[in-house]
Design a protein around this ligand. Sequence first.
Ligand SMILES: [Zn+2]
Length: 308
Amino acid sequence: MRYLFGIDIGGTSVKIGFFSENTELLEEWSMPTVLSHLIAEICGNIRTFLKERKVEFCDILGIGIGVCGIVKDGIVLRSVNLGWENVDVISEFQSELGSAIDMVLLNDANAATIAEFSVLRNQYSNMVFLTLGTGVGGGMVLNGQLLEGANGKCGEFGHLKVDDKYREVCSCGKIGCLETIVSIRGLKRLALHYQKILPTKLSFDRLTPKSIFDAARKKDVLAARVVTEAADALATAMVMISDIVDPEVFVLGGGISQAGSVLLKAVKDAYFRKTSKNSNTEILLSVFKNKAGIYGAAQQLQKKTGGK
Ligand SMILES: [Zn+2]
């Protein structure tokens, strides 16, 4: 039996998945993202895990690594969350674990896109994946191929301009970007905006996307309004994307998508109201949820090594 790892390095935590050579997840765990010596910490973690499980290094096919940042040709050009600039992640991993270990490096949203596409590839060739969380990211598969763009920045959907009503300044400097509305902070801000205008049973001390979607499910007036507006903004962006790349299917992932059917229904209603008549685009929820990153990284590694 041989194994591989899929790692998802995010701004707050690092998720590590231990997979069989057929990319079946065997075990997973996470560790907090520490900014100093992060790669050494992750590698120490892996060494300890293998020692405890009595697995030899020669039985490891390789490691797939997804990173929150701009990735090009095996280098992290920039990661604002990790404070990295031009970091040769593969060389650093190999200097810790040995150069014989095969590795692939990719952007975390692209890794998640690969995972989600793996379960749809028999049905579809053109998919857009949107991840809704702290911000909005995503990735695209066209004609069965993942698109990375000239600088690995393909799929920065969070910065599509969709709003002219609240005119919030985005972290990117523009006004009215999608992620000023459909993000953890954006949803909270919308709820606060309607606090004095609409009736609600929401507790504003402990406001989270989950509490807002839960209340919307119970027909809370304010929460339902927030969900409708967020779905509307998301649908506006999806129609723009659809007009450019004409996908067969959109997949919604990230923490906010765990709201499930209440979000999906609102997005579908808004999307089909806004898009061209007779559109038969599918809109689905993520299959892998918060494990999409580790699965995609592992699958990309397996593709590279061909299971050798
Ligand atoms: Zn922006």
